[in-house]
Design a protein around this ligand. Sequence first.
Ligand SMILES: Cc1cc2nc3c(=O)[nH]c(=O)nc-3n(C[C@H](O)[C@H](O)[C@H](O)COP(=O)(O)OP(=O)(O)OC[C@H]3O[C@@H](n4cnc5c(N)ncnc54)[C@H](O)[C@@H]3O)c2cc1C
Length: 1089
Amino acid sequence: MGTPSRTRAGQAGNGLAKGPLKGLRESGPAHDPSRHSSSNPNNPLSPATSTSDSDQGHRGLPRDSTGSVEDIAPEIVVWTESMDNPSMEIDSPGSMTPSVMETVTTPSLTTLSLPTPDEATEEQGASLTSSLSIKLESSDLSSIPPSPSSSKATTPVDIDSSKELLAQAARPSHTGDTPRRRYNVRPKVSIPSDLPAAEYAMQCISAAESSRLNPYALHEEEYIMLRDHISHAQVTTYLNIRNGILRLFVRNPQIAVTREEAVGCAKDPRWFDVASVCFDWLVRGGYINFGCVEIRPSRKHANNKDLPADGKRKTVVVIGAGMAGLGCARQLEGLFLQYSKKFRERGEDIPQVIVIEARSRVGGRVYSRPFTSRPNHVPESFVGKRFTAEMGGMIITGFDRGNPINILLRGQLGLAYRPLRPDTTLYDSNGKPVDLQRDQLVEKLYNDCLDRVSEYKFQHPSSKLIEGNRELIDEGKDSSAEAHKTIRQAEESTAAQPHSLPVSEQNIAPQVNRVPVSSDRATGRVHTEPGTPGALKAAYKAKLMGWSIKHGVDDNADLDIEPVTKEPNATLGSVVDKIIAQYREIVDLNAQDYRLMNWHVANLEYSNAINYNQLSLQGWDIDAGNEWEGNHTMVVGGYQSVPRGLMHIPTQLDVRQKSPVSRIAYACENNGGPATVECEDGSKIEADFVVNTIPLGVLKHGNVKFTPPLPSWKSDAIGRLGFGVLNKVILVYKEPFWDEERDIFGVLRCPPNRHSLDQKDYASQRGRFFQWFNVSKTSGMPVLLALMAGDAGYDTEQTCNDDLVAEATRVLRSVYGSKVPEPIEAVVTRWASDKFARGSYSSAGPHMRVDDYDTMAKPIGNLFFAGEHTSGTYPATVHGAYLSGIRAASEVLDVILGPIEIPNPLIIPKEAASLSLLKRKAVESKDPTQARKEAYEIALWDHVIAEIGLRPLKPNKPAVSAYIFYSKAHYEDARTACAAGRRPGKGKPSAIEVRVMSAKMWKDAAPEERKKFENQAEEHKRAHAKAMAEFNELAAEWDRKATALKEAYEREHPSVPSREELELEERRARRSKRAVTSYAESEDEMMGS
Ligand SMILES: Cc1cc2nc3c(=O)[nH]c(=O)nc-3n(C[C@H](O)[C@H](O)[C@H](O)COP(=O)(O)OP(=O)(O)OC[C@H]3O[C@@H](n4cnc5c(N)ncnc54)[C@H](O)[C@@H]3O)c2cc1C
């Protein structure tokens, strides 16, 4: 082809909150206000709302968008010339009508007054230096010059390209005479004190996962940034801090995390600078403080008083107001505000950001076009919403596991959305539902075809895995081990050993191949799981799937697809067509099987917006494994509310619409002079930096000129990547006549020769009206939306509207009978004819190279690139486009501000810190009261145990899942089953394959077979319950005796304070009379003492 509470965790009593924010925090629960937010049913990020299947998330004031639009007489309104409908557009900044924002509500954003992170640091004037301000002559972890031989790898790091990574991809960092920051913060202040450590850890882990980061391992950029500064043993503590900072943002994304809050995630002042560096990395990389979050400029600088008279100001021009462009512009605005102090220090105002958009609307390929018709009756839930057709991006493919649209849509804009019910009925070409068993059988065969081509996919380079201690991270504990070598030193000394691995091959993540197992009917995406592609012989596999083998075909019969894959123009389609033809020799495939098979092919062509004969054999599934989790959903009233929200919230972006760009003159080298963006009307804007989000289709078309012309490495990638078309026919009816309980249904299409068993005959028809969405709940009227995929997508561009509507009606009548009426309104998209899109989305062209998407993303001098076609991880999607905009914004900031500054040493070694800080600890550990109490406690328990022995042990929890017993008993069978029918050269089945097989065997096991293991599990459950009852009795008895013994001991041997203790107590009382305003201050006192 996504009203949090206004308070943040763990800040009670830190004394930092000011102004309205302070008030807000104080109104929350005493210790962990964010926990309050998580259980708030209005919090869109809370589990309560994410699982409901009704309209969700809307908390906006209803505004009537329908008032100004007359009810239209029943007529068919078909778009023909321009897909944009200027008369209905409402995006000009000056003409913001209530309907623009009807579903975008940020009730409390305007009340926020947040200092920027820098301001927070600066304005807490009374702050004192952290313990890290101790001057150190030498340190075990002091920076060493980078070694040319070492790897730049991280998690994941491409070994081969790791050198390049260091030079280009990695967020630069700078180690030098960076002055240490001062933090007016106490350690742990951002960690809720009333949350059990394991619960806190769980929230942190889940926050990292929701931010697309591995909670247990360093990201490649973190690795590169930190490898000279921390040791392997210190990775755990770093990750705990990083995950803690992410938790702050994820739990309340309407509030920007400040540097002080981030630093408060450290449990020890020695780690304050690490937390601060991590904060910079998270902010710059767009992991926190992104989207529609309000960041106030420093009050101190807001009035430009300290700007020099000639007030320099940089300009960044972003071309395109789609998700990439608006995402980038919004991110740049946020970053510039957060780093406003840096600009002031250079005597500059913060840069201005201008978005140039060709159309008279924003959103680009996210376009919710208003219908002209209105429903007879507007349901309550739809009052104030727009009645729209989703012309482009429509489905949010799950909110979980890091979709940034989750933060934008639910966490910040509070938009209403609806899950798409996944059940799909497939209707045959005669209108009858397809037999479910046959449907499943053919789907398995189709997935096996894709499994066999997976063997030829690009191998993703091995990646480096620098992990923390998983157990400690799960328990929310830092590592006490420190080690004496930085990661780099450790890697290099290992590499220096005889016969040992070079740095680039150390700590490599295991290579995981993925094989297709099912396909998503709503999106056409193929689901994969780890396994060995094409491992089994065809006849054996067909039998496993449930097919009968043709008479006379040997069980060992196999396919021979090697020759077709070697053909110079081999594509996914050419090879799969061949596989299907060869399977026809092994199993009986009839014409209906071909129709079914081609329905799935059409679905795949929908997700790639192109005929599968135009897809790279190696790269068609390059983003496999990057899917989100959770329901597919749609936005009530239109997805375009998201780009609109990005444009308007928290402040209006400077978007200049109706300004098609015709030429971009840029400087190939940085500092090579300004760029000039020229529009079709001859107007020009000078810019220091340009971010180009013009779609790949437009770039291919060549009517936007570049001066100088783009280098061949870029233009060749533009040529190789594919850009096809998916179109939609959207039909509005007076009343629904379809099954309203279903959101999706499919229709199998016949080839011109109805009974053909030749794949080629199916290509032209398979994608015509093959997939239908009932979008009434999100459009506000009875609406069906049909997809035109593959060749049908292109045909739509050439077919007249009447013919399309007539064909759609014929298809619907075949399913729902002759009473199906004509639609009252129809909208047809023609994305390939659209001058500012030239197609729908990118795909893996037949000659694509593995790194083409990365090449598309690479900047040239002061010209940067974003857009869905620059994201190899999430291409062809709304979220991919948005993330690419964030990435480009970080690149621009890095060029302007330079790398993240890293103090040296980053972490004060324990020994050095002890000169001052540990002195206090030493005093504490020698605290006679503490020592007396500890000794007393030990003696008391020794006495109890000597009398009645140890407390009885709780019985271990038994395995209560019948499947576990089954898989243990059948492990060998599963292994043998995996090995059976295996093709030569495929090696032994991996543990994952055996597990998958064992799960499958369990699923297929007869009820009697399962019963045995269910009984076994039941037996264990009963035995455990009995043991628990006995334990509870014994434990209660033991506790009773222990309490009695304890009381007696305390009576007979009371613990009395010594003279030394009494004197110390007196000294403490004297000190406490002096004013102590912060932890850091008292700490400094200690240092000076
Ligand atoms: C039919 C269809 C269905 C889709 N379905 C889904 C889906 O269900 N889920 C999903 O996640 N994604 C889907 N997508 C993909 C998704 O919509 C896109 O990947 C995403 O919106 C692209 O965003 P972008 O910012 O990269 O490009 P665009 O949104 O195209 O933004 C580029 C902007 O540049 C402007 N522009 C172009 N030329 C010029 C010029 N010369 N001068 C100035 N401005 C110019 C354009 O007008 C446009 O506003 C679908 C797309 C289509 C077309």
